[in-house]
Each structure stands twice: as C-alpha cells, then as structure tokens.
Design a protein around this ligand. Structure first.
Ligand SMILES: O=P(O)(O)O[C@@H]1[C@@H](OP(=O)(O)O)[C@H](OP(=O)(O)O)[C@H](O)[C@H](OP(=O)(O)O)[C@H]1OP(=O)(O)O
Ligand SMILES: Nc1ncnc2c1ncn2[C@@H]1O[C@H](COP(=O)(O)OP(=O)(O)OP(=O)(O)O)[C@@H](O)[C@H]1O
Ligand SMILES: [Zn+2]
Length: 447
C-alpha cells in the first residue's frame, strides 16, 4: 500500500483534536481518500507513548481482553480490534466505522505537524504534539458529510455531541459520605472541579441526565443548554467546516455575536426567517436524537459500570495481583472488611467487573455525530433515516455515528479513583458550605 509522503500533506487539513489524537480532513481528489478523515496519534510533550514491549497490551490487559485483541502486534491494531469486536457489537455496527490503518512516512507527519500548528489551540499545543515516529494513522469515514455520489451540490450540516455519563450511579459500594453521587450527575460535579481549577470560566448549563432522559422535552432542553454553553460537548459543521463550537477543544459560552453568526450560517439549510433558524435547528437536532433511540443504547453500555469506581477499584487490585491500596488507605481488612466481598470474587468475576468498567468509560467519553441534509420533494427513496421539521415544513435525511471509541488503559483505574475522590470531596464540601447562610455555592442536585 502506498505510503503517505511529505507532498501528500498538502491534501490534508486540520479538522480537530482531542486529548489523544489530531484529526485531518481530506481535500484532494484521490478516490482512496475522498470522504475520509485521518486520525493521527499524539505524544505528550514531556512524556513518551506507552509502549509495553512487543505486544500492544500489558500482561494484565491481555487477561482482560480476549479473542483477537490479545494477539494484536501493536497498540494501534489492538485499538482497532477493540472498536470492531467490543464497542461495535454493543453500540451497533451501522453507526461505527472502525477505520483502517494506513502507512504514513515521518516526512508526512513532520509536514502535517508544522502545517496544523497555527490552527491548534495553544493549550493543546503545550500538552502534546503529533507523534512523528508513528508508521501508521487511522483512515475513517468523515462523519460530518454524506458519502458523495449525489447528482447535485447539497448542504450537509452536522452536529457533534459529547454527551458524557447519563445516569446516577447505583452501586452499593459507594461510601455514605459520597452520597452526593446518587443525586448529582458526574458531569455537573466535574464542572465544579473544573471551575475550581480554572479549566473552565463558567459552569455548563448542560445536564446529561436530561439528554438521556428518554423524553423529547429532556433531549430538547439538553440541546438548548449545549448551544448556550458548548464547552467541548457541542460543535456544528457545515460541509465539514466548523461553524459553531471550539476547534480542537472547548469554547466559551455563546454570546449575542456568536449566535447571530450562527443564525446566518443556517440560512443555507433552514428555510425560515432571520431570528428563528437557530431555534428550529435545535428542534431538528433534538427530534433526530430522540427518534434514533441511539442514546438509549449508549446508556445501556454506560450502565455496564455496575459497581462504580468505588467498587471496581478493588477488583482492579485483584486483577493486577497487588494488595488493595484503597482498603489499605481506608483501614479495611481486605479479607474481612467492607470490601471483602469484592476481594473474595474469583479472578474471572474481577476481570468482568474491570472490563465492564473500562467499556463503560469508553461509552461515557465518546462523541456522537448527527448529520442532516435537506430532502427535496422529488427525491427518490433514501437509504438514510428521515426526520420532519414541522416548524419549517422541511424533511431531512439524517445519519448518526459514534466517534472516539478508544480503549482505556487498565492503569487508568487508579487515576479514575483519585479523580472521583477529588470531585466528590469538593462537591460535598460545597454543599456543606451552601447550607451555611452566608454562602452560595453553585452545585445543584440533578434530580
Ligand atoms: O475523565 P473525564 O470525564 O474528564 O474525561 C476525559 C475527557 O475530559 P472531559 O470530557 O473534558 O471531562 C478528555 O477530553 P478533553 O481532553 O478534556 O477534551 C479526554 O476525552 C479523556 O480521554 P483520553 O484520556 O483521551 O482517553 C477523558 O478521560 P476518560 O475519563 O474518558 O478516560
Ligand atoms: N470520523 C470522523 N468524522 C468527522 N470528524 C471527526 C471524526 N473523528 C474525529 N473527528 C473530529 O476530530 C475531533 C477529535 O477526534 P477524537 O475525538 O477522536 O480525538 P481524541 O483525541 O481521541 O479525543 P479525546 O479527547 O476524547 O481522547 C472530534 O472532536 C471531531 O470533531
Ligand atoms: Zn480493596
């Protein structure tokens, strides 16, 4: 297979990035790449890529994941197989493109690296850079457009949503002092910590419990809030170009200026008067999400996290055959204390608990892309779903895809436990302060 060379970099433009990857869109004319994006791995500026020897997975990860995954010769192949064999059956293969690994040269990556530098958010540049030592990158369908083949030019508007965790944890292993977790969503609590640490300047209005409520009104409320405070949870693209939200990360709350500009963008898609298009568009997005039923499916996968990190962390220490650091810190006897039930499970059960926790973690962090294109009266049968926007009397084809289904490393379990602790401690403290008359804290119960 032809390797991408330095000269090929001219045909790829910056589409966006997350913590772990940079994504490029194809602008050339090679049929091999038209309608595709290229996902390039990043490496931390002051760190190295996790490489545990010839096999992609660590010894303990090989216990956790079975089948083809454990035979994968590289981390990238293991990730691809994870999407194909673990996430895709759970979420529905019709909505997922695991992609293909294609060879890339160092010169191509160097060229891309300098080309995209000025478009990347500075905090992302400070944190990580494209890994120019990679010999492959992932070629995936560009979900922000419809596959070409259309006879006429048509506008495709697509929305990217990172919905985060949509339920309140129900594990009996949640400590009494952490009871706030059973009435406030993780997203809202994490917002408080992010604000406290200066990672955001304002609390998001978004509530994942509305998005996953299974009610039309709940979904609409969630979409409306995402529009007002998009952070890194909401973006809109028109024919693949970002028109709303943060390129490569989060963004500030919506201002009059940004909403006016967006109203203008919608001109080519929503047939309505100035001042009403955004409202109608948000109705369209909410209706498609509600109708697709896809969030119900996503929620089921998120709920594989039956034990919460407060339970799963004990199973983790058994999986990695180490004394439980949490029991030690809490002064609990591993074999007779509060968490002994978990430590007495056979290894198979501990593996299942941790495996499900990590799968749920992927499902809590992925994004959904919903793309729309207007249908005209004379259009023939469509292979896509159809949604009707009553307010404008328009019909749209729509398709929904999941992106960013990355496998989470086993060693992240300890980090998850610490982060959870940090979030819950801060929020519990804030609620306590709130009950003191002179203070007004911003954490609110979700239900
Ligand atoms: O821990 P969370 O909930 O903050 O999620 C992380 C995300 O933060 P955010 O959605 O902004 O809160 C975070 O997103 P950002 O970098 O903040 O855009 C990543 O998605 C991270 O995953 P990974 O380390 O790249 O595998 C995510 O880490 P995981 O928890 O999914 O491993
Ligand atoms: N298949 C795709 N089609 C269209 N756009 C995509 C696709 N995959 C990714 N993108 C765009 O690129 C951005 C970054 O991709 P992605 O979320 O996979 O990065 P990441 O580093 O793995 O994210 P995270 O921070 O969650 O680890 C996305 O937010 C989205 O805008
Ligand atoms: Zn323990």
């Amino acid at each position: 297979m032809a390797v991408l060379e330095a000269k090929d970099a001219a045909d790829w433009t910056y589409r966006g990035e997350g913590a772990a990857n940079i994504v490029l869109a194809y602008t050339g004319s090679s049929p091999r790449f038209v309608g595709k994006v290229l996902r390039i791995e990043k490496v931390l500026k002051n760190g190295t890529i996790n490489d545990d020897g010839p096999s992609a997975l660590t010894r303990h990860e090989r216990l956790l994941w079975n089948g083809n995954l454990i035979l994968a010769p590289t981390k990238k192949i293991a990730e691809l197989l994870y999407v194909q064999h673990v996430m895709s059956p759970l979420l529905g293969p019709d909505h997922i493109d695991a992609g293909n690994l294609i060879p890339v040269s160092r010169e191509f990556l160097e060229s891309v690296k300098s080309k995209v530098l000025c478009q990347r958010p500075s905090w992302r540049v400070d944190a990580a850079k494209p890994n120019v030592l990679c010999d492959s990158a992932l070629l995936i369908s560009d979900h922000s457009i419809f596959p070409s083949g259309a006879l006429k030019e048509e506008n495709c508007i697509s929305v990217e949503i990172k919905p985060k965790c949509g339920f309140l944890p129900f594990s009996r292993f949640i400590a009494d002092e952490n009871a706030i977790k059973s009435c406030t969503s993780r997203f809202r609590m994490h917002q408080a910590l992010k604000l406290h640490q200066g990672q955001i300047s304002e609390i998001s209005k978004y509530e994942p419990l509305d998005m996953f409520s299974g009610s039309r009104d709940g979904v609409y409320k969630a979409i409306k809030s995402l529009f007002l405070t998009p952070q890194n949870n909401f973006r809109v693209f028109l024919n693949g170009s970002l028109k709303f939200g943060g390129l490569g990360g989060g963004t500030e709350s919506t201002t009059c200026l940004t909403s006016e500009a967006f109203e203008d963008v919608l001109k080519s898609v929503i047939l309505a008067d100035d001042g009403t298009r955004t409202e109608f568009f948000l109705q369209l997005v909410a209706e498609a999400i509600f109708k697709s039923g896809l969030l119900d499916r996503l929620l089921d996968v998120q709920k594989l996290d039956l034990y919460d990190i407060e339970g799963a962390i004990h199973a983790y220490y058994d999986v990695v055959s180490q004394p439980c650091m949490v029991c030690r810190e809490l002064g609990e006897d591993q074999m007779s204390g509060r968490y002994s039930l978990l430590h007495l499970f056979p290894l198979d059960e501990s593996l299942k608990i941790v495996r499900n926790h990590l799968i749920a973690a992927t499902a809590k962090d992925l994004s959904v892309m919903i793309s729309f294109r207007p249908r005209e009266n004379g259009d023939l049968e469509s292979p896509y779903n159809v949604v009707f926007l009553e307010s404008t009397n328009q019909t749209f084809d729509y398709k929904v895809s999941f992106i960013d289904l990355d496998i989470k490393p086993l060693k992240k379990m300890e980090y998850y436990y610490e982060l959870d602790n940090q979030i819950v401690k801060l929020c519990t403290q804030m609620v306590r302060l709130k009950h003191q008359p002179e203070n007004g804290a911003s954490i609110e119960e979700s239900s």
